[in-house]
Ligand binder design. Sequence first.
Ligand code: NAP
Length: 251
Amino acid sequence: MNIQFSGQRALVTGAGKGIGREICLELHRCGAKIVAVSRTPGDLESLKKEIGCDTIAADLADAAQAQAAAQKAVALPGGVDLLVNNAGISIPQTFMETGADAFDKTMAVNVRSAMIFAQVFARHAIDTGKAKSRRCAIVNLSSQASKASLADHAAYCASKGALDMLSAVMALELGKHQIRVNCVNPTVTLTPMGEMAWGDPAKSGPMLAKIPLGRFAYPKDVAHAVAYLLSDKADMIHGATLPIDGGFLST
Ligand code: NAP
């Protein structure tokens, strides 16, 4: 199977590190132009050196900055054909200790920014006629945490459950415009976030024991699935939540 995005531009949020960065590299390998949105300017500069992408620095916890960044991306010459809502945060706290600020920030980045980017992208795809090409697609970075309760992840689990359902409504309403929308739902993935949340062997051991394939995911495992779902090879896949979890959710 040869996945090709020649002549298309992909907008990727949270592109500076981890899964988002790997997605940019993979889509670039498949011929896409990339517009990378992230928070730390140094990460964007090094990515630009590596793949020659457009970059936009913004804090997506702020709705106005998210809106402005999305508008700036779709205004690039040639516009945007593909969207990956990857930016996400995790602030591990027990349910009883979950603070309102941490909850609000988690929802703002993990859910609200995805909504804003998808609204701007869909409006752009419809208004420019790009959507009619049937090559416009959105992938949202959800998690196994949308479907399985994880201790110390109350806000995170709630945000990913909300993202799955937001994506389902997007699929329902954007399908008639021929804009496909899907989620990927990885298990623990070996990135800075994965290390922060699961670096303690006392936490990672029991989680690993529940994964039939016996390993955590690599960023490339996720990037390959995202590239497939964005591509014309997944033309009839719409409204799906795809586990990338070595079987965790099937147990
Ligand atoms: P990561 O290693 O922490 O990288 C996240 C990237 O997103 C960073 O470049 C970060 O920039 C950026 N970002 C975070 N908050 C932002 C904000 N407010 N505005 C702009 N950019 C922001 O995370 P990851 O592990 O690659 O996770 C990527 C996605 O996969 C997330 O949605 C996460 O929930 C999901 N996921 C991760 C795992 C896992 O175990 N790693 C498992 C399942 C799902 P800065 O570093 O500059 O803040």
